[in-house]
Write a new protein. Structure first.
Length: 212
């Protein structure tokens, strides 16, 4: 355990990151309600009053964890998917970055998509992050369609984006539970599911229910 005087000599930003690292680990193991500030302080190697002084209440600390992990995830995806790339390569790079994040930050994923889900007010934070992710995916598909000289209704684009994001999240949960699984191979599997269907959509191929 690091000493408190040594901790205080660190830059403030480093101190906060160290506390957030400990909080993410504890929240991922215990969940919000069962996690204690005592355990978080112990994992961070500091006193409990210091955690309160820097990051506030347990609820405020949990929200800070959500924001940090969500920002990390979105930055990884946005940084990988350059807009000048072909549509399939943009999607592939985005998926690879996403699953790479999950593989490298399994505790962060657990806090984002398991512990926050269904817990108010945290579910609202998660919904906002999901909406941003859907916007990114919808933008990729729209760019690809326009480059191919086609357009589809905004509602159809949104539905496809939500479907892709939902399937990707489910596979990410699988990855989080399988430490031996390789993030890049998982991204390739998701790409095969997503792009083969999206490619047909780009070319105007759609399935219709049989006539009664």
């Amino acid at each position: 355990m690091s000493s408190v005087p040594a901790f205080k000599r660190l830059p403030r930003a480093v101190r906060e990151q160290q506390m957030l690292d400990a909080a993410v680990k504890v929240f991922s193991r215990r969940g919000f309600h069962a996690a204690s500030m005592d355990e978080i302080a112990e994992d961070a190697g500091i006193s409990k009053p210091m955690v309160y002084a820097y990051l506030g209440t347990k609820e405020e600390l949990f929200v800070a964890c959500l924001h940090r992990e969500g920002t990390r995830m979105m930055q990884a995806i946005a940084g990988a998917a350059a807009p000048d790339l072909p549509a399939d390569e943009r999607l592939w790079r985005g998926l690879r970055a996403f699953f790479g994040f999950v593989g490298a930050h399994r505790d962060g994923w657990a806090v984002l998509y398991r512990q926050a889900r269904g817990e108010q007010p945290f579910a609202g934070e998660l919904a906002t992050m999901r909406a941003r992710l859907v916007e990114v995916v919808a933008g990729m598909l729209d760019h690809a369609l326009r480059a191919d000289g086609r357009e589809i209704a905004a509602i159809d684009l949104e539905v496809v984006a939500y479907a892709l994001v939902g399937a990707t999240e489910s596979l990410a949960d699988w990855l989080a539970d399988h430490p031996d699984a390789e993030p890049e191979k998982t991204a390739t599997r998701m790409m095969n599911v997503a792009w083969l269907g999206a490619a047909q959509l780009l070319h105007g191929v759609t399935w219709r229910p049989p006539a009664d």
